[in-house]
Design a protein around this ligand. Sequence first.
Ligand SMILES: [Zn+2]
Length: 245
Amino acid sequence: MDLPELTFPITVDFIEDSYWIGAVGPFKYGEAATAFLAGEGFTASADDDALTEELAAFLKDFGGSLKPYAHVKSGSDIPKAGPADCLVGYGFLTLDVGPVPAERYIFSSLRDFLYVELGKAILKGNAPRQCRLCGNWFLHESGDRAMYCERTAPGEDGRTCREAGARTVFEKKIQEEEAWKLYKRAYKKYYARFMKGNLSRDDFKAWTEQAAADRDAAIERMSSTSDAEERAKITEQLQKQLNKL
Ligand SMILES: [Zn+2]
């Protein structure tokens, strides 16, 4: 849902997992901060850069507690943020089901609204996150494992980042499995030689150590490139390395 044009002061009703701006909603917690960071749905003003910086810093300090990115350390470096200026009261929000009790905030600036909206989102386990493919912000909801947004991916005929990203992960997984397959096949071969007495125990042991290292190094190199040709080359090299004894 697109955010309405905001003319301050605004009244925002927060209910359990969504909120309403005036009579417009529902919005998900974190939706407004995400839209702001992504540069969508808000008119640009001179203060935008400062606010972007503030929200990004807030997200970095507090969003780090979101699983699986927990990195807040105990001790003196626990961050603090705030405060926001707003009025808080309680009221009834009229929905289709009838009047629903709501926490009603009155915000007189965009900064105060986004600050509280982002804070509430983080406490809910929602947060803006940057897409691993296009780099733009999207709302990551609690329990969601998405790393990619649902915009059209750059250079991908109409495919979304999420679709393109899932395919990349899938292809990488196939490549990793290929490396393991080569390793297992070679292992079987050298194990058979060792059992027949054609390969000493020490040589076999040395081979397994070297082979495991070569396999892991190949997987590592594969995961750092998205070029299919490069990865095919790595697979080919690995096959030679594993079978040179
Ligand atoms: Zn994206």
